[in-house]
Each structure stands twice: as C-alpha cells, then as structure tokens.
Design a protein around this ligand. Structure first.
Ligand code: 5GP
Length: 219
C-alpha cells in the first residue's frame, strides 16, 4: 500500500473520525513516532493538548501544546471542556473535547498522545478507540535516552523513570504494544496498526456501502 492509496483510497469507504490513543513513558520515542506517522497518514491529525507546564526550547503555543496557567486550566476543567486530564510530573495536561470534534468534523482521524491515566479515563467512558502503547527496549535504555537528550536534571530523570515503571505496568490494557528498538520498524508497526484498524468491519462506511451495493443495514 503506497501513500497515495492511503490518501485517496481508504477514506471513501471507511468511517471517519476514529480515535487513536498513544501512550509511552517519556524517552520511549513517542514524539518522533507521532511526527513520522502524522506525515505519513495525512488524514490523521493530532489533537493539541492543554498544559500548565512551561514551553521547552523550540516548542510553540498551539502547535506543541496550548500553554495555559493553572487557573485557566482549572476553569476549563470545571466547564467540562476536557475529555480527560491528568497531572504529570507536577503539571496538568488535558485533551479538549472541542478539538477532537473539530478534527472529526473535518473528516480526520484523531491521534491523542496522552499518559496512561488519561487513556484509562477514555476507556472508562467506553469510547471506541484503538489503544497503542510504545515500550522502550528496556528500562536501562530508557535511562540512557533520558540522559542523552539532555532536557532534564537528575531529579527529573529519576521522577520520569519511576513514572515510566508505573506506566509500563499498564501496557497490558492496551490493544497493541510496539517495542521501539528500531525507529523504522516502530513506524511500520504503528502505520500497520492504524491502517488495519481502519479496515475493521465496523469501520465500513454504511452510506458508501449502500450506494455501491444497494444493501442496507450494515454497520
Ligand atoms: P511532556 O511534558 O514531556 O510533553 O509530556 C509528559 C507526558 O504528558 C507524556 O506522557 C504525554 O503523553 C502526556 N500528555 C501530553 N498531553 C496530555 C494530555 O492531554 N492528557 C494526558 N493525560 N496526558 C498528556
């Protein structure tokens, strides 16, 4: 299957607006994987989360995150604007319901890069979604990557590793697990999961089916 088939072929007969939930401990390579998969599958869009953490060098408001104050976050939370939210490493993160709906209304599938608490909340709401967990090759490799990327001090790295262990325990609740020991293989795996999820029988577009085959009542 090539990129133009992905762009042109699938959307016609596939129900739009599927939700893909991606979780991984920090340092597992999720950001790189997300970036690659968003380039490869154009109809897939990431919902930009809200966070109270400060922007890192090179991060842009409303692109990487919408950066808000704690008060602004709490206001949005109280107004019921988030489908899920979590406190991660002392900062709040939340996914806007409106942003998901906007992507879906535009015919896109939605990618959520959220932690395991957030994923659990969405699962508890019985929302139909595909849950994907990215594992690092080992805890030792994760420690190495966190040191090498040089973003955090010692205390933060220890905190991230502790949280990583807690998160890794939850990977069994996900539909798919990708071990990111090789970026190309991991990208291929992620692409396959997304494309095959779209081809599940319950993703068949009933209007398309009726118009092509004159048979009603599927899906
Ligand atoms: P970072 O600050 O390193 O970008 O992200 C820290 C963690 O927060 C990552 O595990 C990321 O997946 C998670 N995260 C980012 N946005 C959200 C969100 O909207 N909700 C939840 N629950 N977690 C998020």
């Amino acid at each position: 299957m090539n990129d133009s088939m992905i762009k042109n072929g699938l959307n016609e007969y596939v129900n739009k607006g599927r939700l893909y939930i991606l979780s991984a401990p920090s340092g597992a390579g999720k950001t790189t994987l997300c970036g690659e998969i968003l380039k490869t599958i154009p109809s897939l869009k990431e919902s930009v989360s809200f966070t109270t953490r400060s922007p890192r060098t090179g991060e842009h408001n409303n692109i990487d995150y919408t950066f808000v104050s704690v008060d602004e976050f709490k206001e949005a939370l109280a107004a019921g604007e988030f489908i899920e939210w979590a406190e991660v490493h002392g900062n709040y993160y939340g996914t806007s319901i409106k942003r998901i709906q906007e992507i879906q209304a535009d015919g896109g599938d939605v990618l959520l890069d959220i932690d395991t608490h957030g994923a659990r909340q969405i699962r508890a709401r019985h929302i139909d979604a595909t849950y994907i967990f990215i594992l690092p090759p080992s805890l030792e490799m994760l420690r190495e990557r966190l040191y090498k990327r040089n973003l955090d001090d010692e205390a933060t790295i220890t905190r991230r590793l502790n949280k990583a262990k807690d998160e890794i325990r939850e990977c069994m609740y996900y539909d798919y697990i990708i071990v990111n020991d090789n970026l190309h293989h991991a990208i291929d795996g992620l692409k396959s999961i997304i494309l095959s999820s779209r081809l599940k029988a319950d993703c068949l577009n009933a209007d398309w089916f009726e118009s092509k085959f004159g048979i009603f009542g599927v899906s």
